[in-house]
Design a binder for this molecule. Structure first.
Ligand SMILES: Nc1nc(=O)c2c([nH]1)NC[C@@H]1CN(c3ccc(C(=O)N[C@@H](CCC(=O)O)C(=O)O)cc3)C=[N+]21
Length: 284
């Protein structure tokens, strides 16, 4: 058996089309600002793809590029200006940040209602307590992929490999909210392969190239590969050894063309939702 491919490019294109249709009916252009400090190469691709996608759906999108030696105070001043700008609906500060800047301080400075990344502790807390808020883009994109692939979530055993604030933790919260039986596994887990083999739904988000081997996958599982790792030879690979896993899984998302495009589409979705919530409050 070889697995069905979960086509993130196609699912993301559909989502962007629905976003464009909603934007067309608004009467204004949702504003997105991406703030980039320095020149992390992984962020470069992402910023370019995002800006193109945002313009295609009718957003007012711009990237603010700051030099690598920007101080924390200078970055906080830029964030404060965006927080106060009524034309700005979504703010994203690219991670990683240079070492002189504390990411958690900057993340907490973004107005929660403009937090397009869903990284602010208020939004993380809302997600963890089952309240509505802005949800991190990558885990949200994974939920869209699972829905598109036809996975039945209630009661399913879901294993999340990785516990980052950006992917693993919010991923587990979303799967829990969808009534999965959720296990989070990580670098200190005893017998990772055995834990992963119990998964009917496996989400790999560790950032280690091809760490998940074929024999970690249960026959018939749905595998979502969040990792985007560039090898020395320039190839992009996921956290899952794709060919081995595809021989056992029922469905699998590839890298590239899986979760990556969904992350960008969900950034647009978050910005649109933030615009609507902020500009048309209840009763307004
Ligand atoms: N505050 C913040 N939020 C982020 O969401 C964030 C960030 N910082 N810093 C950098 C990472 C990286 N990231 C990617 C998103 C999409 C693709 C993507 O679309 N990848 C394509 C391929 C791209 C290629 O060909 O290189 C794919 O997987 O098919 C890649 C990388 C978001 N990030």
């Amino acid at each position: 058996m070889t697995a069905r491919i979960i086509d993130g490019k196609a699912v993301a294109a559909g989502l962007r089309q629905r976003i464009a249709a909603r934007v067309a009916g608004l009467g204004y252009r949702p504003g997105l600002r991406v703030v980039r400090v320095g020149d992390d190469p992984a962020s470069g691709v992402y910023v370019r793809n995002k800006d193109k996608a945002a313009k295609e759906v009718g957003f007012d999108s711009a990237t603010i590029a700051l030099p690598a030696e920007t101080t924390e105070a200078e970055l906080l001043a830029v964030v404060a200006q965006l927080n106060a700008d009524p034309a700005v609906d979504g703010i994203l500060v690219q991670l990683p940040l240079p070492p002189q800047i504390r990411a958690e301080v900057v993340i907490s400075a973004v107005a929660p209602e403009k937090d397009a990344d869903g990284f602010h502790p208020l939004n993380a807390g809302r997600l963890a307590s089952g309240q509505a808020g802005l949800v991190p883009c990558t885990p949200k994109g994974v939920m869209h992929l699972l829905a598109a692939s036809g996975a039945v979530l209630p009661g399913a055993r879901a294993v999340v490999l990785g516990r980052s604030n950006i992917v693993g933790r919010p991923m587990a919260q979303l799967l829990l909210a969808a009534d999965c039986t959720v296990t989070i596994v990580h670098s200190r887990t005893r017998d990772l392969p055995a834990e992963c083999r119990r998964a009917e739904i496996l989400v790999a988000a560790v950032g280690r190239a091809e760490m998940v081997r074929g024999d970690w996958i249960a026959e018939g599982a749905t595998v979502i590969d969040v990792g985007i790792n560039r090898l020395a030879d320039g190839r992009l690979v996921g956290d899952v050894a794709y060919a081995e896993a595809a021989a056992r899984a029922e469905a699998i998302s590839p890298v590239p063309g899986g979760v990556g495009p969904m992350t960008i589409a969900c950034l647009l979705e978050n910005t649109l939702d933030a615009a609507i919530a902020r500009r048309a409050p209840r009763g307004g």
